[in-house]
Design a protein around this ligand. Structure first.
Ligand SMILES: Nc1ncnc2c1ncn2[C@@H]1O[C@H](COP(=O)(O)OP(=O)(O)OP(=O)(O)O)[C@@H](O)[C@H]1O
Length: 294
């Protein structure tokens, strides 16, 4: 399979501070790849290196086989929105379209980014969420094959976020490749084909959400009960017990055995559910323990 992005043995330091150490990965066509990591892990630095905005100390990066006109095929939504005075939404979109040979039609852009009512608004007068939506429209103006999204939904309201991810899924169906970083892991969980965790300067995990779940092997059992926490805490299969009032959440590696252990209390338990661990808690566990426990 040909790779859209190919990174080999990449290293980056700012002064004496090493940020990225021996990073290598390939990204083929038609995937949504989520790069996650704590604040300051180096995600934006990595994206900036991929985009040739920041230079690496060593290693190689190849994007779209480093075609001469590869910028024509790339869309970028940076973490910071740009804002230019005295230019309207319509004007900046039309101007951006004019730089590309095969831009998306103006009406498509306005519809995708939900900017119809704001066409004549000047950029600085948009709200934070509206600026984010305009940044999205600018990123896809050239109808890119490869889209980089750095914290794309920061500041968007929940309706805009839902629409945004639906649009991204549609773009994937149109054979686009999307490389995204975000701290909203519950959003990535539903869309990402592949998750890469950047931790301690390296990619410490690279696989699907199912792979990550298998690696950590934990499940959640939730229920409501008036019984005391001490009673559940002493059950051998409980790894972590959390409760808010009468609502309990037990983490276990063996859901079947734990259900067996709580069977004697079933008459005092309601709303019993076995759940998969969320990407959020998998990521927290992963960060706490460095490598997943056996
Ligand atoms: N131009 C720069 N000069 C010096 N240090 C920098 C520069 N840019 C970033 N850094 C440092 O590099 C580290 C990685 O920053 P980066 O912005 O890549 O992290 P991030 O994972 O994107 O963080 P966040 O999730 O907070 O956006 C941080 O410690 C940051 O302070």
């Amino acid at each position: 399979m040909t790779s859209l992005i190919s990174v080999n043995h990449l290293n980056k330091s700012y002064g004496k501070k090493e940020i990225l150490h021996d990073i290598s990965f390939d990204i083929p066509n038609h995937q949504i790849v989520a790069l996650i990591g704590e604040n300051g892990a180096g995600k934006s630095t990595l994206i900036n290196i991929l985009l040739n905005l920041v230079s690496a100390n060593s290693g190689t990066v190849s994007i779209l086989d480093s075609q001469k006109n590869f910028h024509e095929h790339i869309g970028v939504m940076m973490q910071q929105n740009i804002s230019i005075t005295r230019i309207t939404v319509k004007e900046i979109l039309k101007l951006t379209q004019s730089y590309y040979q095969h831009p998306l039609p103006y009406e498509t852009l306005i519809k995708l980014a939900d900017l119809k009512d704001l066409e004549n608004s000047e950029m600085p007068k948009l709200s934070g969420g509206q600026k984010r939506r305009l940044s999205f429209a600018l990123a896809i103006a050239g109808n890119p094959d490869l889209l980089f999204l750095d914290e794309p939904t920061a500041g968007m309201d929940s309706q805009s976020r839902t629409k945004f991810w639906q649009d991204i899924m549609t773009m994937k169906d149109q054979h686009k490749t999307i490389f995204v970083t975000s701290h909203y892991l519950e959003e990535l969980e539903t869309v990402a084909d592949r998750i890469m965790i950047l931790q301690n300067k390296s990619i410490s995990f690279d696989g699907t959400l199912a792979d990550l779940r298998n690696l950590e092997g934990e499940k959640l059992i939730e229920f409501d009960s008036q019984l005391t926490p001490e009673l559940f805490q002493k059950l051998p299969e409980v790894i972590v017990l959390e409760h808010i009032g009468q609502h309990y959440q037990l983490t276990t590696k063996d859901a079947e055995s734990l259900i067996h252990e709580i069977t004697p209390y079933l008459t005092a338990i309601t709303n019993l559910q076995v759940k998969q661990n969320s990407l959020d808690s998998l990521f927290i566990n992963f960060n706490k323990e460095g490598v997943p426990h056996e």
